[in-house]
Ligand binder design. Structure first.
Ligand code: NAD
Length: 275
């Protein structure tokens, strides 16, 4: 049995994680549901507030001290994730987080938490995006700097950060394939407002579109001499990410402290499926 807590339980993603956990009640028990909201919501069953009535655990503002928790799934904000990581370290609870928009300092707190607990942080939990990242690296390596790389991403109008964490991850894979230094000034260009000069070849452009209810779309464009390659991923539903996070929580349960990735998980699951 996996004893699961959900941080950000009332959010767009938290709700879907609870719904998917409810479908897997035979071996997942939701033992805590946390969010920051009006005080009137606390103490009442979270399931009735998010359309998953089978989940009867009460909503709380923090992880309840007496709850049995193996893994927390977190979809909140970078600040909330940093605070949660320190609570997880104190209680030796494994952490799966999908919060995006972290500064390098905030991301570093997850690295240090990983000295004490198992941490899997991913900007995207879809299998398709994990493959897109690999394909992007391969294409950038094969095509080389004769091809200009641009990444476009589209999300709903409530998304808090831009560009998306996934676009930044794809940019890092593209830079690695093209042998560009992601830390060097000018490697990543965010939009092109006000620049009058021609496009310098070695940069990677990253552009965000916002509107409507788009769950998430990413395209990596390779513009070459007389030909163009585009690699696109379209997410059809948030359940894709929620189900990926629940799979990650199952996989992380009982694992040694360390920082894990979706690619580690997929590789491990694949090797078990083929042996
Ligand atoms: P949302 O705004 O709908 O939900 C966030 C929830 O977190 C809200 O209910 C909010 O009240 C709660 N929250 C804020 N501070 C908190 C705190 N200190 N403690 C507990 N709860 C707190 O946002 P969302 O669309 O669900 O997305 C959440 C995050 O997940 C964003 O960073 C988003 O970019 C990211 N995301 C990641 C993936 C992925 O696959 N990794 C997929 C979708 C969204």
């Amino acid at each position: 049995m996996l004893h699961l807590a959900v941080n950000g339980a009332l959010g767009r993603m938290g709700r879907r994680v609870l719904a998917i956990a409810a479908q897997q009640a035979a071996d997942i028990s939701v033992t805590a549901a946390v969010d920051r909201t009006e005080s009137g919501a606390y103490g009442h069953a979270v399931g009735t507030q998010v359309g998953a009535p089978a989940i009867t655990v009460p909503l709380t503002a923090e992880l309840p001290p007496d709850a049995t928790i193996d893994v927390v799934i977190d979809f909140t904000t970078p600040e909330a994730t940093v605070a949660l990581a320190s609570a997880c370290v104190q209680r030796k609870i494994a952490l799966v987080s999908g919060s995006t928009g972290m500064t390098p300092e905030q991301a570093a707190t997850l690295d240090s938490a990983a000295g004490d607990i198992a941490v899997l942080h991913a900007t995207n939990f879809s299998v398709g995006i994990a493959l897109l990242a690999q394909l992007t690296k391969q294409a950038a390596s094969v095509l080389g700097l004769d091809f200009a790389i641009e990444i476009t991403e589209t999300h709903h109008d409530q998304k808090a950060d831009a560009p998306s964490g996934t676009a930044l991850t794809l940019a890092e894979f593209a830079a690695s394939g093209a042998k560009l230094d992601p830390e060097a000034e000018g490697t990543f260009i965010f939009g092109r407002h006000g620049r009058g000069d021609a496009r310098p070849r070695p940069e990677i452009g990253i552009h965000a579109l916002r509107g409507g209810d788009v769950v998430g779309e990413h395209t990596v464009h390779f513009f070459g001499p007389a030909e163009r390659l585009e690699l696109t991923h379209r997410a059809g539903s948030r359940d894709l990410f929620a189900a990926g996070a629940v799979r990650a929580a199952r996989w992380l349960q009982g694992r040694a402290p360390g920082r894990y990735t979706v690619a580690d998980m997929l590789q491990d699951l694949l090797s078990k499926a083929t042996t």
